[in-house]
Design a protein around this ligand. Sequence first.
Ligand SMILES: Nc1nc2c(ncn2[C@@H]2O[C@H](COP(=O)(O)OP(=O)(O)O)[C@@H](O)[C@H]2O)c(=O)[nH]1
Ligand code: SF4
Ligand SMILES: [Mg+2]
Length: 416
Amino acid sequence: MKQATPKGMRLHIGLFGRRNVGKSSLLNAVTRQEVSIVSPQAGTTTDPVEKPMELLPLGPVVFIDTAGVDDIGALGAERIARTHKVLERTDVGVIVTDGPWGPFERALHTQLDKGDIPVIVVFNKADRQTADRAAAERLAEQGVPVIHACAPRREGTEAFREALLAVAPADFLDAPRIVSDLVGSGGTAILVVPIDKEAPKGRLILPQVQSIRDLLDADASCVVVTEHRLHDALENLRTPPRLVVTDSQAFEQVAAQTPPDVPLTGFSILYARFKGDLVTQTLGTMAVDDLRPSDRVLVAEACTHHPVDDDIGRVKIPRWLQKRVGGELRFTTVQGRDFPDDLSPFKLVIHCGACMWNRRQMLSRILQCRRAGVPITNYGLVIAYSLGIFERALQPFPEAMAAWRRARQGDLHVRS
Ligand SMILES: Nc1nc2c(ncn2[C@@H]2O[C@H](COP(=O)(O)OP(=O)(O)O)[C@@H](O)[C@H]2O)c(=O)[nH]1
Ligand code: SF4
Ligand SMILES: [Mg+2]
């Protein structure tokens, strides 16, 4: 399969440890695919196996599954040399042990530390209860994420994802672009910004300002209009815009006025990609179909002072969703850091674009939902879905669209 992201932009995760501790099994458990050979015989994985993939919700990564570094003999010496070479291209080092924390693990840890490479420690084979508890505690005290896992049962894989999010360098987490990659140098985007009573006085809001700046940085142009002037703007442009972006509140109106061959999306959807994970939140939107009257829905805003979003979150989204569901839903709205520890009562979480947050914060919420098994979507996605323009608003994002269609087919298959 073609991998679109260049290798240098992928987080390289090196799996290190003695033979047979379960490195390959752990990789399989995390990726849910049989990419490495799992064998009860020592040293089956001779060469480092590289597995590039999209690890939801973190983004593009490469797992490097190394051979055990404790191999002996001529062939073993060569393998050791290869494994050390892996260290040179490792962004995050995972030390896997099946219990002991001995000289070998300590030496690896020192080596990763010397290279300033963040470390995660996995005590695998938790089912055997052989973990060196004292060492695990010491490591945790030093601030090293310690995971107790049982790879064949896929236990510890969510905690592993969370640890990766915690230690991954910011450069890998922060999505590089808001919108300009969809427009390109020399292209034009039309940004639709309703100026109604809910718009803050005398200024634009952060997603609008940041989108304009992103377009200018990339040598693209933008035309900023209210929904009432969209028609004029479209008429006046000699070549059609490469993209129309609208405030989600005006989706319906803007979709009606924008020619079908002009790509259209919403600021909030752009931010699902920029601050969160568009694929995860797109798939989360499927849960709208499973909502039944009296189900509980959590609406979460990342900050406390946005009257426009307040109105969307408290009035418009509930209205649109209830119309779709055909009955009353029970909504809980939270703001800022105020996010429930127990998500289990909720059938769906609808999140704002989190423009005030960094991506690590938003991804950590997405992981919290994942762990609780509660789907999470986003304002713009849910509005587009409720209004029946979901696929249109997703069309600029082929990856999310493909994931959606695949999931839909699977879903239909299961239901039929
Ligand atoms: N009991 C138990 N066995 C495991 C666990 N993880 C892996 N194994 C087994 O340990 C053996 C070595 O696993 P493998 O992944 O090939 O280890 P590697 O050499 O570190 O890549 C295989 O027989 C696995 O089935 C675990 O959590 N518990
Ligand atoms: S963080 Fe969320 S609620 Fe606050 S302004 Fe941004 S999108 Fe609106
Ligand atoms: Mg292996």
